[in-house]
Write a protein that binds this ligand. Sequence first.
Ligand SMILES: Nc1ncnc2c1ncn2[C@@H]1O[C@H](COP(=O)(O)OP(=O)(O)OP(=O)(O)O)[C@@H](O)[C@H]1O
Ligand SMILES: [Mg+2]
Length: 502
Amino acid sequence: MSEEVFLKLEGVKKSFGGVHALRGVDLEIRKGEIHCLAGENGCGKSTLIKAISGVHNPDEGSIWIDGEKVENMKPMDAINRGIQVIYQDFAVFPNLTVAENIALNGELKNKTKFVNWKQIHEVAEKAMAQVGADIDPDVKLERLSVANKQMVAICRAIINDAKLLILDEPTTALTAREVDKLWDIIRSLKAKGIAIMIVNHKLDEIYRIADRLTILRNGTYISSGDISEYDQERFTRDMTGKDITEEKYMPEPGSEEVLRVEHLSRKGAFENVSFSLHKGDVLGITGLLGSGRGEIGEALFGLSPADSGKIVLNGKEISIKSVSDAMANEIGYVPEDRLTQGLFMQRSIQDNTIAASIRQYMKHGRLDKKGMEDTTNYWIKELGIKAPSPKPAVRTLSGGNAQKVVIAKWLNTHPKLFILDGPTVGVDVGAKAEIHSILHDLAKKGIGIIIISDDLPELVQNCNKILVMKEGKVSGMMDNSIDERTLGNMLVGSSDRGGEKA
Ligand SMILES: Nc1ncnc2c1ncn2[C@@H]1O[C@H](COP(=O)(O)OP(=O)(O)OP(=O)(O)O)[C@@H](O)[C@H]1O
Ligand SMILES: [Mg+2]
């Protein structure tokens, strides 16, 4: 690897009002390296990326790109210097085709009167060939899976001679297999001499891809070095300032049955699913995309109800035909796609926290504002939500903190059964441990907890039972003595469709 530095930051500071997002950050990205940026939710990773890409100018500090000091950079200047960012939402246009998304921007810059469609196709095909993407250039983006949308965003980023490609949490919405494919692409870009910076919280993913690592905490630079210098202990300690060790969840064997599901089926989604949960159990449901793992959660919450089968909650058979049925039966659900399904981004943390439990705060026809605020402060503290008060709009929170608000919203309904699809995606290690310990406590109190996930380490550590789905059917019910590798092998099958949703 060349040791030549492409990007250098020194003492970069940035505040928003009274919030010090960056308090002095140093960073060095070498040409052609894969560099991971890690740190707890709200520590300033996304803000740092925006400072590098000209979206925010730092209040203080210096930035050098390719040896040249830059000041008052605009996004276009950063692009012209070879810096390309892929944000979490990819910023693709759903109603344009793959080819248009990749190449239209460049074509429009040509300033000729006519759009050259032939050229757009050529540019798009060339970019796709470079990353080894095999997507129909004429299909509209809205029809693609998340992984393929991301691929299109990468293609668009590299056509303009990128020297540094920055990806903000690129793996959060991907399945394990899609992550492997993404890493292959990243490696091939590195081989072409492009430097890559990736924001990621998961050490097991980082190990497989990164050359070096930089850790931030609370807006401050903490450490940086070769990936081999970090083991799980140091990684966690540098991120959190604490030693966090999560032990495998081993509840007392429970007696009372909390939930029993018998022969649950929904045509085209899953078939003949049966399982039961006792007091203390935390049940994990896993499987590849398309295995039916997410659909079971949707059925239990009434989003797409089952066609047949039986659901017994706390000894009583219940019928779930809609979300209101589920809520009437005190079932809570944290969806996978929480940014669109779980939150009102423009509203305050408080409005979101009490959104599903507002009735608790109605007293004699009036809203108990004090109660609402106290509750919100309680959850802010309990879940470690990084926010100065219950007032700010959720939109201003960092990604992981926004996610904690969704969890608070449902915890505050005090559900009898709580289903979480990918509950800690994008959540840092410290907060992850807090969320898990809350779920364990709830389970011990007799609340049914179901975690749907493809994060195998998370499942093995936190669920004492794991239901494995394959092609819509239950392929096994494991206890947590199973190791990750064996569990991983159970997920893959010959007729896997590789994660295309369209
Ligand atoms: N436009 C803004 N206005 C006000 N505060 C902001 C703004 N952007 C970021 N912040 C605050 O700056 C801090 C750093 O946020 P940032 O999004 O950079 O964190 P992050 O490290 O990317 O976190 P995550 O892992 O959760 O995505 C947070 O406290 C956040 O609330
Ligand atoms: Mg972020």
